[in-house]
Ligand binder design. Structure first.
Ligand code: HEC
Ligand code: HEC
Length: 218
């Protein structure tokens, strides 16, 4: 009797497989597709609705800004990005666009956004045409000023120090001026001290050099 049942089960299973085998395989493929595309979406900013979609209008697709006045976020160190989002939220760094937006972000959102943009590769600022004389002057100032000691090799940024290479020209100049005029401060006071040694012409030259500097792969 037992043997008969076992045989019957095998026959029924074989029959089921013959009829539904293809569907079972398709179902498996569908599940596989869903899980791989979910992984891909998470790598690219999480499933819809993506938090980073709210940033595209100003900071460009994947944080690669096409506008000299809006900073590129792609390839910035995660620590730096998270610090700035917290600074905007607390008002330590004042900006009418970023302040109200940053206030709506939870700490988990901040971490997720910082990790997402840090993972994107930094793009060359190809829409900016540097003045060759200003660029050369800026290069000398950057060497003498020891910018790489904090901002890293190739000025690609690390930890709490932002990438400067290939950043938007108007944005860079605005930040150097903000440090010079005391409108932006960093917690260590390092940038305020450094900028105090630079004239307005120096700040312009540095912005030309940095905007034109091609980001190197890290
Ligand atoms: C309406 C336009 C706008 C939107 C939308 C926007 N930003 Fe910004 N963001 C700016 C501007 C302008 C600045 C430069 C602020 C300044 O001059 O200090 C900035 C600066 C930043 C900075 C500092 C960059 C640096 O190099 O110091 C970070 C980080 C940032 N934004 C993240 C985000 C994130 C994340 C989002 C989406 C959740 C977002 N922003 C959406 C306009 C915007
Ligand atoms: C002692 C370390 C140190 C040195 C040296 C230094 N910086 Fe910085 N810099 C910082 C820190 C820290 C920040 C981020 C400030 C903050 O958190 O708001 C910064 C921010 C900046 C920013 C703003 C970037 C952005 O995305 O908003 C610019 C521009 C900049 N530095 C330019 C320079 C230049 C040009 C030099 C060399 C002449 C230089 N820095 C040298 C520490 C340094």
């Amino acid at each position: 009797m037992k043997k008969l049942i076992a045989v019957a089960v095998v026959v029924v299973l074989a029959g089921l497989l013959a009829f539904y085998g293809r569907d079972a395989l398709d179902l498996y493929r569908l599940m596989d597709h869903i899980s791989t595309s979910t992984e891909a979406k998470e790598a690219d900013g999480g499933p819809w609705p993506r938090l980073s979609d709210a940033c595209v209008g100003c900071h460009g697709v994947q944080g690669k800004s096409q506008h000299q006045g809006y900073p590129s976020l792609a390839g910035q160190p995660a620590t730096y990005l998270a610090n700035q989002l917290r600074n905007f939220a607390s008002g330590a760094r004042a900006n009418p666009n970023m302040g109200p937006l940053a206030m709506t972000l939870s700490e988990a959102d901040v971490q997720q956004l910082a990790a997402y943009f840090a993972k994107q590769s930094a793009a060359q600022n190809s829409s900016f045409k540097a003045d060759p004389v200003l660029r050369d002057k800026g290069q000398r100032l950057a060497l003498n000023g020891g910018c790489a000691a904090c901002h890293g090799e190739g000025l690609m940024g690390r930890d709490q120090f932002p990438r400067l290479a290939g950043q938007g020209h108007d944005y860079l100049l605005a930040q150097l001026n903000a440090f010079a005029e005391g409108r932006r401060k960093d917690s260590t006071g390092a940038m305020t001290a450094i900028v105090s040694t630079l004239s307005a012409d120096d700040r312009q030259a540095l912005s030309h050099y940095l905007a034109a500097l091609v980001p190197v792969a890290k």
